[in-house]
Design a binder for this molecule. Structure first.
Ligand code: AAT
Length: 318
């Protein structure tokens, strides 16, 4: 009663608002791109807000960052052991040849957005990844994360990470063709600097930058609030990629409490997203690296592709 109408005016979710009790505002400034706010909440730990929209909280960030990173990376096969050389030796007059294997570490991954570092932290659990490029538009997000969210910004400490500050649409236009095995688009809602990141030309540059059989995992909003946006994204992706799927996760502090991901693969070796070929439980170091996984496991992976009937209908009818 007498509440401020402005709370209910966000074009992404008109007529509704979610509230978190603010214990203390820790940071507030305007960057060249957006308003950046960090506050300590009563129940979800520290919260990062960009232009009035919650991007992450310490309590539930795992449900987003782990899923957006491991859904694609556990769907591509880990590099095979390659024979590096043959050793010869003789015994009792017989000549023996022994194959010596080197694990090839060669995957190249690109993160779009994700300046908090949480997705980098998750990618770094995969020892088969050789290069982790990240293109974030706003340096202030990175600086703020390093100061207030060290458990996420730790992702930047990985020596495989190469940081590019700039607009991802521009970065991808210049990116070499077929460079990446996986691209993870961890960008904000299409109202501010991320507006161009939901349009067809952007998806075409993503497909171009991927290898044959490469995979894309793109943040794809809420099935309750953004059915049309999801439909548009899926229809664009169907025109651009060979296979297109939708998965989702539960994130209580995102509007309506869920967030989805569009998973696509380019023409090339087939990718079976629904059954992780590279299960996290078998990865060396995945459980010991910096911290345990809190949310993702192979059962959650498979379950993420189960769609409610209304969404299954929408996706199928496209
Ligand atoms: N992992 C936290 C979740 C995010 S952050 C999204 C990031 O995308 C922000 O740091 C923002 O600065 C960056 N970004 C936005 N536009 C661009 C662009 N054009 N190029 C590069 N980076 C960009 C996303 C949370 C999703 C919330 C859903 N409601």
């Amino acid at each position: 009663k007498g509440g401020k109408a402005v709370y209910f005016n966000n074009p992404m979710w008109p007529g509704e608002a979610h509230s978190l009790k603010v214990e203390k505002v820790l940071f507030k400034d305007k960057s060249d791109f957006q308003e950046v706010l960090v506050f300590e909440s009563a129940t979800y730990g520290k919260v990062l807000v960009l232009d009035g929209i919650v991007q992450l909280t310490e309590k539930d960030e795992c449900a987003y960052q782990e899923m957006i990173a491991h859904l694609p990376l556990c769907s591509i096969s880990s590099p095979k052991n390659v024979i590096s050389h043959l050793k010869k030796f003789s015994l009792s007059g017989f000549l023996y040849l022994v194959a010596c294997c080197n694990k090839s570490v060669n995957l190249k991954v690109l993160v779009v957005g994700g300046g908090d570092g949480g997705v980098l932290r998750e990618i770094s659990r995969h020892s088969s990844v050789e290069v982790i490029d990240i293109c974030e538009i706003d340096k202030m997000v990175i600086d703020v994360s390093k100061k207030f969210f060290p458990e996420l910004a730790v992702g930047f400490d990985d020596p495989r990470v190469q940081l590019h500050i700039g607009d991802a649409a521009e970065f991808l236009r210049k990116s070499p063709e077929g460079k990446y095995d996986a691209i993870i688009v961890d960008s904000s809602d299409p109202v501010g600097p991320a507006l161009a990141l939901v349009e067809k030309p952007f998806f075409e540059t993503l497909a171009r930058a991927l290898k044959p059989g490469g995979v894309l995992c793109n943040m794809a909003e809420s099935m309750w609030l953004h059915t049309h946006l999801i439909e548009d994204m899926i229809s664009i992706c169907r025109q651009t990629f060979k296979s297109v799927h939708y998965a989702w996760s539960s994130v209580p502090t995102y509007p309506s409490g869920v967030i989805g991901f569009v998973l696509c693969s380019t023409e090339g070796p087939a990718v079976d997203f629904k059954n992780p070929i590279n299960p996290i439980e078998k990865l060396d170091g995945a459980m010991t690296h910096k911290r345990e996984l809190k949310f993702y496991n192979s059962d959650m992976h498979r379950a993420a592709f189960a769609l409610p009937t209304f969404l299954r209908r929408e996706v199928a009818s496209l």
